[in-house]
Write a protein that binds this ligand. Sequence first.
Ligand SMILES: Nc1ncnc2c1ncn2[C@@H]1O[C@H](COP(=O)(O)OP(=O)(O)O)[C@@H](O)[C@H]1O
Ligand SMILES: [Mg+2]
Length: 146
Amino acid sequence: MTTSPEGAELVTASPEETEAAAARLAGHLGRGDLLLLVGELGAGKTTFVRGLARGMGLEADVMSPTFQLVRVYPGPLQLAHVDLYRLSNTAELADLGLEELLEEGVVAVEWGDRLQGCPGVRVRLQTLDPDRRQLRLEGAPATWSW
Ligand SMILES: Nc1ncnc2c1ncn2[C@@H]1O[C@H](COP(=O)(O)OP(=O)(O)O)[C@@H](O)[C@H]1O
Ligand SMILES: [Mg+2]
């Protein structure tokens, strides 16, 4: 897999723009793709997943999975939405069944940096000011872009 150069960056000026960027990226996704979303609270990770779901044509009410570690949105290509914010131990991580979820479709993981040593594509979201976010793709195939 070739990786895109550093600098696959985009600045969005509203949640709608972040959703739209994610919806465009969804067009590149297929079964077995793992997206690790990295960014502080409020950076826009959940907003991003909402856009992914829309771009994948899924009728999904995307919210942060508060008590569950994972929410699955079924469709021709399934989207599993994982949030590791409240992850308390690694046994829980093993229970997640990541392999199985990847066999069924795309997996997007909020706080993806907590998945150690996983070969996924990183989407870094950084808050620049109240309305602007910088999105950066790392480790993505060269054909992926914003
Ligand atoms: N450019 C932007 N992109 C994404 N979210 C934005 C943007 N500007 C403002 N916001 C706001 O920031 C918050 C992001 O929340 P959320 O997606 O839940 O973040 P996270 O899941 O990273 O904690 C929302 O309230 C959203 O309306
Ligand atoms: Mg969130």
